[in-house]
Design a protein around this ligand. Structure first.
Ligand SMILES: [Zn+2]
Length: 454
């Protein structure tokens, strides 16, 4: 009557989260994420799963970020026929994010074919927008806190994880076992999101470790962002802020609204949100008032602080404007999206600024910028980095190491086994050591592809 977990992603990396839970021939996949960052990781997206997609019986998503949901269109394309359970806000966000992901992959493949820089000819997208739209039919919303049955004999319950709109931790109950998946945990002191719910008791815990070896600074995002924007505005430069369309875009917009209201930055400083996805996501905050901290005034500030840019033509026209101005565009680690064109345009001038707002996975352009790289590779060219690069330490959507431990400490009984996942190797291992030392619990960092009995 064993229950096995196989780690198909999110081990030794923050991307590609996929945890397969098996019991008596039934298979449930928790998260269905894309690998991002290093090429070796991205290539894993092309490697077939260890079993046919049609042999998976159910999927549960903890939240909508692509490193947790972005493989879904491919899974459905490969023959997955079951349901995909997620919270209502996660379902809404997937309807925005997944078609966009398909569109970006089509565009990247088309661009590579035009410029002839792909080693494959023709370069193919992993999946296209149509595949993504088809996969949305599998989504089934389940409210936070309500137990549902994803498979006969299995129980599942979502609790709030903070992090982003709709993000959840997941308790799975099968064959007398209680398995808790933390999902991506937010911080207790986020500007927009509520603190994560306290964890229920479980025998087996999968805990994320994005910041497993780091602590957030004491100062808040306003104290970091204010002086940076003031500086770039005074020299007439352009601040490009790569943002995750879901989560950080709204957090940064809200921070800018507060800085303008307090007079810390000029009220007249033009701000553009150049991401149709982020624009639509901002609207979702209104539809899910329980999922965040903002009241009506806060929502209004969020909506009106920036000029929303929808079309590619409007986006291109921004290049003709003079600074000072602020442009927020996706993606947050500069792995794709409209932000690339802005970076290409503004990086070579020292008056300008790039503001990195969240975790930058190794191997991404964002990480190269954060490390002070002199060049960034974009569209097959090396772009010189002359602009000032500012990395906000305080704007993360993830709990830091001590906050992760504090969350675990709320469990009334020690779990039999903790798996430390969703972190680079060092971050995961440092958190593993702290769990063993400070909580005296058994913890491991599982290998990619390994299977463990519970
Ligand atoms: Zn996330």
């Amino acid at each position: 009557m064993s229950v096995n977990i196989t780690f198909l992603g999110g081990t030794g990396t923050v991307t590609g989260s996929k945890y397969l839970v098996e019991h008596e021939g039934q298979r449930l996949l928790v998260d269905c994420g894309l690998f991002q960052g290093y090429k070796q990781l991205r290539l894993r997206n092309w490697t077939p799963l260890p079993m046919p997609a049609a042999d998976i019986d159910a999927v549960v998503l903890t939240h909508a970020h692509l490193d947790h949901s972005g493989y879904l269109p491919l899974l459905v394309k490969q023959g997955y026929k079951g349901r995909v359970y997620a919270t209502p806000a996660t379902c809404d966000l997937c309807r925005i994010l997944l078609p966009d992901s398909g569109h970006i992959q089509e565009e990247d493949a088309a661009f590579a074919n035009r410029k002839g820089y792909s080693k494959h000819s023709p370069a193919l997208p992993l999946y296209d927008k149509h595949d993504a739209l088809v996969s949305l039919n599998a989504l089934h919303a389940q409210a936070l806190g309500k137990t549902f049955s994803p498979l006969a004999g299995w129980k599942a319950t979502f609790s709030s994880a903070g992090h982003i709109l709709g993000a959840a931790s997941l308790l799975l109950e099968v064959a007398g076992r209680r398995l808790l998946f933390s999902g991506d945990l937010g911080r207790p002191d986020d500007l927009l999101m509520n603190a994560p719910d306290l964890p229920p008791d479980a025998d087996t815990v999968l805990i994320e470790s994005t910041y497993g070896n780091r602590e957030h600074p004491k100062e808040d995002v306003l104290a970091e962002l204010g002086p940076a924007l003031k500086r770039v505005s005074a020299r007439g430069g352009v601040a490009v802020i790569p943002v995750f369309a879901v989560g950080r875009a709204q957090a940064i917009l809200y921070a800018i609204a507060q800085l303008k209201a307090s007079g810390d930055i000029p009220h007249s400083l033009p701000v553009f949100l150049d991401s149709p996805m982020a624009v639509h996501t901002t609207d979702l905050y209104q539809h899910h008032p329980d999922a965040h901290k903002l009241d009506d005034d806060g929502l209004r500030a969020l909506k009106h602080v920036a000029t929303m840019i929808e079309t590619p033509e409007q986006s291109k026209a921004l290049a003709k404007r003079h600074g000072p101005m602020v442009i927020l565009a996706a993606s947050g680690m500069a792995t794709g999206g409209r932000v690339l064109h802005h970076l290409e345009h503004y990086l070579p001038n020292h008056h300008n600024m790039v503001i990195l707002t969240g975790y930058q996975a190794p191997g991404t352009r964002g990480a190269t910028l954060a490390e002070g790289g002199a060049f960034v590779r974009m569209h097959g060219q090396d772009i010189e980095v002359k602009a000032e690069v500012v990395q906000l330490q305080s704007s993360s959507a993830h709990a830091d190491a001590t906050q992760l431990l504090d969350w675990l400490k709320h469990m009334k009984h020690a779990p039999a086994q903790v798996y430390v996942v969703h972190g680079e190797l060092e971050a995961a291992d440092v958190l593993r050591q702290r769990i063993e030392r400070e909580l005296k619990w058994r913890a491991v960092v599982p290998e990619h592809g390994s299977t463990w009995p519970t």
